[in-house]
Design a protein around this ligand. Structure first.
Ligand code: WT7
Length: 634
């Protein structure tokens, strides 16, 4: 049984033990799982290369731990509870036994199509059970999944397929989302014409059954391939350090990178953190509203909950369909016990008015979770009082795609809470704050750059195909530390408050984006010479996207030009990256070495032009006035 801490005093004891003897602590956690062979060495690490190995030599298959292990004890219990987009459509339930059979059949279909251990499989699918089943089927046979959020454009999808050299792509025909039907397969069809030569098979799941043609012989229907397969599939034996999945995420430079997670450590950490943060009890109904296209969905819709033998609710729809009460209607309908969502969703629903929360019985809710961006106090209070009725603790969970699991968070109901503070590190996690020179900031009531000084089992191992990039991005800034890219404050009681990114990464509606990525997309417009993108505070999205654009010659109708920019960004990345504001400028403030002074651009974008500091050393101080004058207000 996975450790479940029961009081704050116990937390303090366990934390102490985890720091004094990390290997002993993690070996103990790992031993609660089913291993085919025990590991040789609990931990081997250095942050210089970096080289991190947990439980090396240990043999396992994560799906045996998610599924087979539960068959005797809870085979008839619902594993995945699927709530479709349309409230009147029937709920689907997969018991552990049924999920096991579905995963095995799908795994056999993958094998029959030439997919084996180590091969990469890309998923581009909406939130339907087959996405979770497909991902687990990969894990069953040792194939590496790379899920791409189905809101990304064909170009972004193709980039990811090519980078990982995927052998297979699995998609749906359409996505039933709110009042819209989105042609998912069409995007894949376009991507296939963008140089995805590694792809041998495109497996299409018939979701809505709308019109669909198969462009070439690589395309096959999911049902034709899966339905006739045997429901028995021996799990592939994996080393703890074999790759489990790749997930692409944005950084401050260049194209998104493929964060690599491995089997053993990811398994141990997601189950452990799930049980403790959400204080999940047998029989509870747990709901995380994220999409499986992001890490939250990987760790806390699929793997963590299933490893813990939980009932995990999967929701196909959106928070505002058919109306802004949908989340609460679903909570009432399924008597949800733990509810986990993002601040941006909370703020959006809050803005619709309290009336949408009224009339629902939300008394089943025991823990409320928040993830993805700092939760402001107003949203925190609303969530706590309106939704939790002051009875359900909020866990503000801080983590990242790279961390694989929640690192800093309250443990539901046990830890002290403070709005906008993620709180204390989980046992086994050793955060620290440093100043920009890398000097450790000791004691409390300090603010600095958030780092980790010791490895944890679910940390990233590399960035796919480019280990040097991994070293540069996370391990080069400060010696012997993993640098998160976030700034944080440790208050007088030692609770962490995450302030936000200190690099050129912005967080828009909980979606992480590199400003360079958006700039590169904007620059594809033939009239754009140069652009600079910054984030600015946005009431609902957390951060909005503000773009400064230098154009070659007159653009004519400015509104039409702005629309063209939005279209280019949608084509290159997807609608989530569309700038909220586009200001045409004649130049960008640059230092004498040619570096854009983003500090000035950020200030202007946030509507604060009062104190821009000394601009006299700029190469072109005159553009600052022009930028200030032309700034776009709300
Ligand atoms: C970045 C990671 C972790 C799953 C979703 C996002 C920000 C995340 C919090 C929080 C303040 C947070 C950080 C982090 N972030 N959780 N509870 N409070 N900020 O994963 O896309 O990899 O983004 O999200 O800035 O670095 P991601």
């Amino acid at each position: 049984m996975t450790l479940q801490i029961k009081s704050f005093d116990e937390y303090k004891d366990v934390y102490k033990r985890s720091v004094e003897d990390p290997e002993g602590f993690w070996a103990e956690q790992a031993s609660t799982f089913t291993w085919r062979r025990k590991w040789d060495k609990t931990l081997e690490w250095n942050f210089r290369e970096p080289n991190v190995k947990w439980f090396a030599g240990g043999k396992l298959n994560i799906t045996e731990n998610c599924l087979d292990r539960h068959l005797d004890t809870r085979g008839g219990q619902v594993a995945i509870l699927f709530e479709p987009n349309r409230p009147e459509a029937p709920v689907q339930k997969y018991t552990y036994k049924e999920l096991h059979a579905a995963v095995c059949k799908t795994a056999n279909a993958l094998k029959a199509n030439g997919v084996g251990k180590g091969d990469r499989v890309c998923f581009y699918m909406p939130m339907v059970p087959e996405l979770a089943i497909g991902v687990l089927a990969c894990a069953r046979i040792g194939a590496v999944h790379s899920v791409v959020f189905a809101g990304f454009s064909a170009q972004a999808l193709a980039d990811r397929i090519i980078d990982a050299q995927c052998k297979m792509v699995i998609c749906s025909d359409y996505n039933d989302r709110g009042a819209k039907s989105i042609p998912v397969k069409e995007v894949v069809d376009q991507a296939m014409n963008m140089g995805c030569e590694s792809v041998e098979t495109v497996l299409v799941h018939k979701n809505t059954g709308g019109p669909a043609d198969m462009p070439d012989a690589r395309y096959k229907w999911w049902h034709d391939e899966v339905d006739g397969q045997s429901a028995i599939c021996e799990a592939e034996e994996m080393d703890a350090e074999d790759m489990l999945f790749i997930l692409y995420t944005s950084g401050s430079t260049g194209k998104p990178k493929g964060v690599v997670h491995t089997c053993g450590g990811f398994m141990v950490y997601t189950a452990y953190s799930f049980k403790n943060v959400f204080q999940y009890q047998d029989g509870d109904i747990y709901w995380c509203t994220a999409d499986i296209g992001w890490i939250t969905g990987h760790s806390y819709i699929v793997y963590g909950p299933l490893l813990a033998g939980a009932t995990t609710l999967m929701f196909e729809g959106v928070p505002t369909y058919p109306d802004a009460g949908r989340f609460w209607a679903v909570c009432e309908k399924h008597k949800v016990n733990q509810f986990y969502t993002a601040p941006t969703a909370i703020r959006a629903l809050m803005a619709q008015g309290d009336k949408w929360t009224e009339g629902y019985d939300l008394s089943s809710i025991k823990v409320l979770g928040s993830v993805g961006e700092p939760i402001n106090e107003e949203a925190w209070e609303w969530y706590y009082h309106r939704i939790g009725k002051g009875n359900a603790p909020i866990v503000d969970t801080w983590w990242q795609t790279e961390t694989g699991g929640i690192l800093i968070s309250g443990l539901g109901g046990l830890s002290p809470m403070k709005p906008a503070h993620a709180g204390y590190p989980l046992p086994g996690i050793q955060p620290c704050l440093v100043d920009s020179n890398g000097a450790l900031l000791e004691g409390n009531d300090v603010e600095g750059l958030l780092c980790m000084k010791f490895p944890w089992p679910s940390m990233l191992r590399t960035t796919y195909g480019d280990h040097e990039r991994c070293r540069q991005t996370y391990f080069a800034a400060f010696q012997d530390m993993y640098f998160t890219g976030d700034g944080a404050r440790r208050d007088k009681n030692g609770m962490y408050r995450i302030i936000g990114r200190v690099d050129d990464v912005i967080n828009v509606s909980g979606h992480r984006m590199g400003t360079a990525e958006v700039e590169n997309a904007i620059n594809e417009h033939p009239k754009v010479i140069e652009s600079a993108v910054v984030g600015y505070p946005h009431e609902i999205k957390g951060q909005g996207i503000y773009a400064y654009v230098i154009v070659s010659g007159p653009v004519g109708d400015e509104e039409a030009f702005r629309k063209e920019i939005l279209a280019v960004v949608t084509k290159e990345i997807g609608p989530i990256a569309k700038p909220d504001k586009i200001q045409i400028v004649s130049g960008l403030p640059k230092t004498r070495s040619g570096k854009i002074m983003r500090r000035i651009l950020r200030k202007v974008a946030s509507g604060d032009t009062s104190n821009l500091g000394d601009v006299s050393t700029l190469l072109n101080p005159e553009v600052v006035d022009e930028i200030k004058t032309g700034a776009l207000a709300d």
